[in-house]
Design a protein around this ligand. Structure first.
Ligand code: 5GP
Length: 205
């Protein structure tokens, strides 16, 4: 049976806004194996508890530059002194196999994706307020004061970009944010445009 192409979801929001938690809770609750998380490459050092190949591919600056030169990245951007990029091949293969893919990326890279793949579904996660964001970043305890300052400054620039996205999720109560995310994924899957092959298959039976 010929399957319809998968949807590319782009998931952005300031550092500390809870993007990772929303996706983690969604996968735990709904066990959605038609949606895959794309593992990015980064030059940032691993945080405690992060594993190479699961959270990120942790690479050197030289390796990252080589990936750019050999056109292995769908997009890349510099964020708070480190490079981050989305490996291309695996994602394109999954999409053509009918699997939906989610990229958790910052806004500069997200806009590059929107320019290259206009049908990508753009979702932005907002914190309830800037002060709440700062206190979440501080209590997470994974970054130094200097990095927290850079990331909160960056948050304002990122939130200004949110108007360019298709959907906004406010992460005030995590369970509600997870349900909002599920609603967006489901409605995308139910669109006629994403079911053209399914319609022809029904007519064959
Ligand atoms: P963190 O260092 O907190 O893991 O990530 C910092 C920022 O980089 C986050 O907004 C995260 O979503 C973003 N990011 C992670 N992977 C990629 C990627 O492949 N490309 C881009 N453009 N941003 C990424």
């Amino acid at each position: 049976m010929k399957t319809d192409k998968g949807t590319l979801f782009v998931f952005s929001g300031p550092s500390g806004t809870g993007k990772g938690t929303i996706l983690g809770e969604y996968f735990k609750k709904y066990n959605d194996n038609k949606l895959r998380y794309s593992v990015s490459a980064t030059t940032r050092s691993p945080r405690v508890g992060e594993t190479d190949g699961i959270n990120y591919y942790f690479v050197s600056q030289d390796k990252f530059k080589a990936m750019i030169d050999s056109d292995e990245l769908l997009e890349w951007a510099r964020f708070c002194d480190n490079y981050y990029g989305t490996p291309k091949k695996q994602i394109m293969d999954m999409l053509s196999d009918g699997i939906d893919v989610i990229l958790e990326i910052e806004t500069v890279g997200a806009m590059k994706i929107k320019a290259k793949i206009p049908e990508a579904v753009m979702i932005f996660v907002l914190p309830p307020s800037l002060s709440e964001l700062k206190s979440r970043l501080t209590s997470r305890g994974t970054e130094s004061a200097d990095v927290i300052k850079k990331r909160t400054d960056e948050a304002v620039r990122e939130i200004e970009q949110s108007v360019k996205y298709d959907y906004i999720i406010i992460n005030d109560k995590i369970e509600e944010a997870v349900e909002d995310f599920r609603t967006i994924v489901n409605s995308q899957r139910l669109k006629t445009n994403n079911n053209k092959n399914t319609i022809s298959e029904v007519l064959k039976k």
